[in-house]
Design a binder for this molecule. Structure first.
Ligand code: SF4
Length: 217
């Protein structure tokens, strides 16, 4: 499977170009923003996150905030009561463990140690952990969102029976170091622009020769 993944990356690179390098973001910002993004779109996530950052000076204030008030501030993300609770629980766990609200110590740990630390935090699953690892801590991972899952399934990059967690593990183990961020970027881009959930544009797709779904049509 490693060779097929490699071919998909090469074809995408020829068609989409290399992904632009990104600057690392604050890992706590990523953690909170990803909790806010659960079951909503980018626009609502951004609105809620901006409101939170505007209202509270730092995460100490978010942790100490009245939960109902916090829920009101992040209202636009939907499921705001649950999300307020999750954000405070995750922050509380970090504070109790480290004595401060900072995840930068994980930059010096191995990827697996960092991943296991993150998924033990309340409300944090493999996707959120992988986002924080990749974009906050410089540990290459492949967060599996709806696009990554759908496109990798259709292409046949992972066994059909795999759920998102297994898909993430499989893709990470079968993608060469230095190419994981690229694969993540291409699967999302392809899922948004060509291999959409409804009516994928198979006839125009430059990956059709590699695609299991297309061959089985
Ligand atoms: S051929 Fe169709 S199903 Fe396969 S990757 Fe392309 S758009 Fe998706």
């Amino acid at each position: 499977m490693e060779r097929k993944i490699q071919r998909v990356i090469e074809i995408c690179e020829n068609n989409y170009g290399k992904p632009k390098p990104f600057r690392l973001s604050n890992s706590l910002d990523l953690l909170v923003e990803t909790i806010l993004s659960q079951n909503t779109n980018d626009k609502n996530t951004f609105k809620a996150f901006s409101a939170l950052k505007k209202y509270y000076v730092n995460y100490e204030e978010v942790l100490a905030a009245n939960e109902t008030k916090l829920a009101k501030i992040i209202y636009s993300s939907g499921f705001y009561n649950l999300k307020a609770k999750r954000i405070q629980e995750a922050l509380r766990a970090i504070k109790e463990d480290r004595g401060s609200l900072n995840l930068d110590f994980l930059k010096n740990k191995s990827k697996s140690v960092a991943f296991n630390y993150l998924i033990k935090l309340p409300g944090i699953g493999p996707k959120t952990a992988a986002i924080v690892l990749t974009f906050g801590l410089n540990h290459e991972s492949i967060p599996v969102d709806t696009h990554v899952y759908r496109v990798s399934q259709r292409l046949g990059l992972v066994p059909k029976t795999f759920d998102r967690t297994k898909t993430q593990e499989f893709l990470e183990n079968n993608t060469k170091r230095g190419l994981k961020n690229a694969l993540h970027y291409y699967l999302i881009k392809h899922g948004r622009e060509v291999c959409r959930a409804r009516k994928p544009s198979c006839s125009e797709c430059f990956l059709k020769k590699e695609c299991k779904h297309f061959k089985n049509k």
